[in-house]
Design a binder for this molecule. Structure first.
Ligand code: PLP
Ligand code: COI
Length: 339
């Protein structure tokens, strides 16, 4: 194997040794299968291809100083995949089968878990989709669940350096009573145009507003959004955003640090009152926000004057990473050690 330069990894796909699969047929999930092929044999009329019956997850494994591999919040990702399956009428994979498959995929690809010192991690991508042929619009009765992994570095090129975000009022990612709270492929297809426009204009991602009134903050491309004001951690509550497991963890850590946590609708203008802001997610970790430009309104909200991350974002980031890499005790029971 060619040596991997762990510390210069970007967030991307790298082939690894194995992936694992479980098929759902005749009303039940079958045995876990191990594959060394990155391809699948799929019916041309599969519901995944035509009607978007596809959900995925994203979680990470970290190698600690002690050499142990830790998976962060495995159970929460398993539960969220079940919720996504309910949302688009797919067969739900039992939590234990999800865990078994993720653990096996990590064990089989252990040599791809980056070393502690690199600051990189192993991204784990479970996906579940309809494989049965249908031409009418209806749910499949056969599904496939796959877990593959890829070693990754930071999602946004700037890593922990603050970067700019844009509000583009002429795009919505999801409908007010739509599928925003599920992690399904269709939501990401719907975000590509806005994301491209933001990138072309020099922004890391789009900060979406609520689609109904365009009055409140929703989320930040592939991440949730939070603002810091004084001793408060403030994050949007919305029916149309993905319930981020990272955000949920940061709310707990903020409370541990003695901060007040507010999860509620956040009006756009409130951006002007934040001392710091961040995008948070498995891939994004915490990506501090330099500024938010509300382009159609010609307004700009600046959160970092010196181009560096603020003290609260830094504290939260360090705390989260310390738990993920095993440098600090896992007091909330968030970590699964791969044996
Ligand atoms: N929001 C969206 C749309 C996402 O794709 C993600 C990534 O998973 C997140 C938020 C962050 O969620 P999590 O922290 O569970 O990774
Ligand atoms: C994640 O943070 O896990 C994501 O899924 C974000 C993106 C790569 C879709």
């Amino acid at each position: 194997m060619k040596e991997i330069d762990w510390s210069s990894l970007a967030f991307g796909y790298m082939p690894t040794d194995y992936n694992v699969r479980i098929n759902y047929r005749n009303g039940e999930w079958g045995k876990l299968e191990v594959s060394s092929s990155a391809y699948i044999n799929l019916h041309i009329a599969a519901t995944a291809l035509h009607y978007g019956q596809e959900a995925f997850e994203g979680l990470k494994a970290f190698r600690g100083k002690d050499g142990k591999i830790r998976i962060f919040r495995l159970e929460e990702n398993a539960k969220r995949m079940q919720s996504s399956c309910e949302g688009i009428l797919m067969a739900k994979l039992p939590i234990d089968r999800f865990k078994e498959a993720v653990l096996e995929a990590v064990r089989l690809n252990e040599r791809f878990v980056p070393p502690y010192e690199s600051g990189a991690s192993l991204y784990i991508r479970p996906l579940l989709f309809g494989t049965e042929a249908q031409v009418g619009v209806k749910p499949a009765s056969e599904y496939m669940f796959i877990v593959f992994v890829s070693p990754v570095g930071p999602y946004f090129k700037t890593g922990f350096k603050p970067s700019p975000y844009a509000i583009l009022r002429h795009f919505d990612r999801v409908a007010p009573l739509g599928t925003g709270r599920y992690k399904i492929g269709g939501n990401y297809a719907a975000s590509l145009m806005a994301g491209e426009e933001a990138h072309k204009r020099g922004y890391s991602a789009v900060l979406y507003l609520d689609a109904k009134e365009k009055k409140y903050l929703d989320e930040c491309g592939p991440a949730n959004f939070f603002g810091i004001r004084g001793n408060s951690y403030i994050t949007p509550k919305s029916e149309s955003i993905l319930p981020s497991i990272t955000n949920n963890s940061l709310m707990t850590l903020a409370e541990d640090l003695g901060m007040t946590v507010e999860c509620r609708p956040v009006p756009v203008e409130e951006l002007a009152t934040f001392d710091e802001a961040g995008a948070c997610g498995t891939a994004a970790v915490i990506s501090p926000v330099l500024k938010v430009d509300d382009l159609d309104e010609n307004k700009s909200y600046v959160f970092s004057k010196d181009g560096e991350a603020g003290p609260v974002c830094t504290k939260l980031y360090n705390k989260l990473r310390a738990i993920q890499y095993g440098d600090e005790p896992d007091t909330h029971g968030w970590v699964t050690i791969v044996e």
